[in-house]
Design a protein around this ligand. Structure first.
Ligand SMILES: Cc1cc2nc3c(=O)[nH]c(=O)nc-3n(C[C@H](O)[C@H](O)[C@H](O)COP(=O)(O)OP(=O)(O)OC[C@H]3O[C@@H](n4cnc5c(N)ncnc54)[C@H](O)[C@@H]3O)c2cc1C
Length: 523
């Protein structure tokens, strides 16, 4: 491959890489996509063995996936093996980094919650003085959100709230269940909006790069995609200062290869994109690369029971369904001990209860589980983590992965703003649940470790000033004009929102800009 120069090299095949491939190929540009992992063999990889045939009886093999809370022995082939691709951190400040290297990346497994950021996020500094504004506003991204929502078939309801911008939805006109009606009324009484959640329906429950983006790119005949190759470094032409070549290794044979490209689009998933750039020692004249790592606080919340549904007395339509309380703090008023805000994910359940919510054992526990069955109701935080310079990633000089690529070291922790926000979220949830007449069974104030939300963002943030940001508002490197980073690394602030709609909208916008710049001969 070393003599060939491809038009655009896309690294990564998830939501962000898939969107770049779709837009660029549809604009007539040929692309080569490299992806670190294999194409999933759906038949073989989803075949479930009985637990007694597995060495750890369905629990997981110790040490392989210690930070992937979703993993067990049945789905262990989904996630990146932390022994093969390690990362390091101070044991006092753990980080959960959840990665997927299959073709399609995490788009194959995401939970599909689909929200827009609002100007309370894009222009957060203008609102409360903290951090930095994004170089774009909601109005810049809104047309792209609308197109992404159309492709992903986002189901939702218009709510008319500035902090929860409406979009191009498949209308959700489903009625609230009985317990949700009581919760909505409780919210109204406290001035807290309880809204319908929004999620991507995709097609047949799959809203991935593999079924919604890459088929369009492949249909143009302009996309070549190579699985099982791990990009280790990008090199720059000393005369032009442009990226000229990507060096990669075959995951299985370990053969080293390289390819020349007119443009490189990085879409390896926030921290892998930053790791690749840091290992390449490029595009960092600002010295900001790796800094401002952000995500969302998850974990704090409450578990309740709806008394009328206990002891098998639930009536049809009483239980079931979910809701979303978008950020409501620090909009018109000011919370006393934290800035920004959180959302609450609300669920009611017809199923069994978690035994951990009951301080009982044996027969007593069994009786309680029977009695409470089908009466569950829960609220959980999705809280904004503030962008701080000191939360950062760097290259660990001591540790390499299975292909001798230096590993990432992650240094990040939550501070009082996140802890105080979590406390407010739990106390507010309790007040809402009690106002609705529910029994509160358990409260958790302790955030899970950073990274747990699987929404790692920032580290190559965008901005107008090349001295304080890595990328322009078009996701283009300030330093190297034929280098684009189209995944979550570009985020300036995290917001409370799950980020994928924003990643997709930014990748779409950036790819259209790139296509136009290539047409004009500027890139
Ligand atoms: C269980 C789960 C639930 C989630 N739920 C939600 C949700 O409800 N809502 C939401 O908004 N988000 C959710 N997310 C997050 C969402 O999946 C991600 O934000 C999104 O998929 C990121 O897409 P990406 O393309 O940037 O990165 P990825 O999907 O991580 O794709 C990156 C790709 O790059 C490849 N790659 C990495 N390094 C290299 C390299 N060196 N060389 C070559 N290739 C490389 C990988 O193989 C991978 O396929 C969830 C994630 C998970 C795992």
């Amino acid at each position: 491959m070393s003599d060939e120069t491809v038009d655009v090299l896309i690294i990564g095949s998830g939501h962000s890489g898939g969107m770049a491939a779709k837009i660029l190929t549809e604009k007539g540009i040929s692309c080569l996509m490299l992806n670190a992992g294999p194409v999933a063999d759906v038949r073989k990889d989803t075949e479930v063995k009985p637990a007694y045939e597995l060495p750890f009886r369905g629990f997981k093999q110790p040490g392989i996936l210690p930070h992937v809370f979703q993993s067990d022995e049945f789905n262990a082939n989904t996630w990146v093996d932390e022994k093969e691709v390690p990362y390091t951190y101070d044991p006092q400040k753990p980080y959960n980094w959840v990665r997927v290297r299959l073709f399609g990346g995490r788009s194959l497994f995401w939970s599909r919650q689909s929200f827009r950021l609002s100007d309370y996020e894009f222009k957060g500094k203008s609102h409360d003085g903290y951090g930095d504004d994004w170089p774009i506003a909601l109005a810049d991204l809104a047309p792209y959100y609308s197109r992404v929502e159309g492709i992903f078939r986002v189901r939702g309801r218009a709510e008319g709230l500035a902090q929860y911008p409406d979009g191009n939805f498949v209308v959700d006109d489903s009625p609230w269940s009985g317990c949700m009606q009581r919760f909505v009324a409780a919210g109204k009484g406290m001035g807290i909006p309880v809204c319908k959640a929004r999620s991507s329906m995709g097609v047949d429950g799959l809203a991935s790069s593999v079924n919604l983006l890459l088929p369009d790119a492949l249909a143009t005949g302009r996309l070549r995609a190579i699985p099982n190759v791990v990009v280790r470094e990008l090199s720059v032409d000393k005369n032009t200062g442009l990226v000229k070549e990507a060096h990669f290794v075959d995951r299985l044979s370990r053969r080293e290869m390289s390819v020349k490209a007119r443009v490189v689009v990085l879409a390896a998933g926030t921290l892998e994109s930053t790791r690749l750039l840091l290992n390449s020692k490029i595009a960092n004249s600002s010295a900001v690369m790796g800094h401002y790592l952000i995500d969302q606080v998850y974990g704090p919340g409450i578990a309740c029971s709806v008394p009328e549904a206990r002891d098998g007395k639930s009536t049809p339509g009483l239980m079931g369904g979910g809701a979303l309380i978008p950020r409501f703090r620090n909009i018109d008023t000011k919370a006393k001990d934290f800035i920004r805000g959180y959302a609450l994910n609300i669920f009611s359940s017809n199923g069994g209860m978690d035994p951990r919510h009951f301080a009982a054992y044996g027969k007593e526990l069994e009786n309680m589980l029977d009695s409470y069955h089908g009466s569950g109701f829960s609220a959980g935080i999705m809280g904004e983590v503030l962008a701080r310079y000191e939360n950062h990633v760097s290259i660990d000089k001591e540790v390499v992965d299975a292909w001798d690529i230096p590993a990432l070291r992650i240094e990040t922790k939550y501070t009082d703003n996140e802890f105080n926000m979590a406390r407010d979220a739990v106390d507010t949830s309790v007040a809402l649940a009690e106002a609705a007449g529910f029994e509160v069974l358990a409260k958790n104030y302790d955030p899970n470790p950073p990274g747990y939300s699987i929404h790692e963002l920032g580290t190559c943030r965008m901005g107008d000033d090349p001295k304080t940001s890595v990328l322009s508002k078009w996701n283009q490197s300030h330093d190297i004009k034929n280098l684009f980073v189209v995944d979550g690394a570009a985020f300036v602030s995290a917001g409370w929102q799950n980020p994928t709609m924003t990643i997709l909208a930014l990748a779409m916008r950036s790819s259209e800009y790139l296509a136009e710049q290539m047409r004009m001969g500027n890139v």
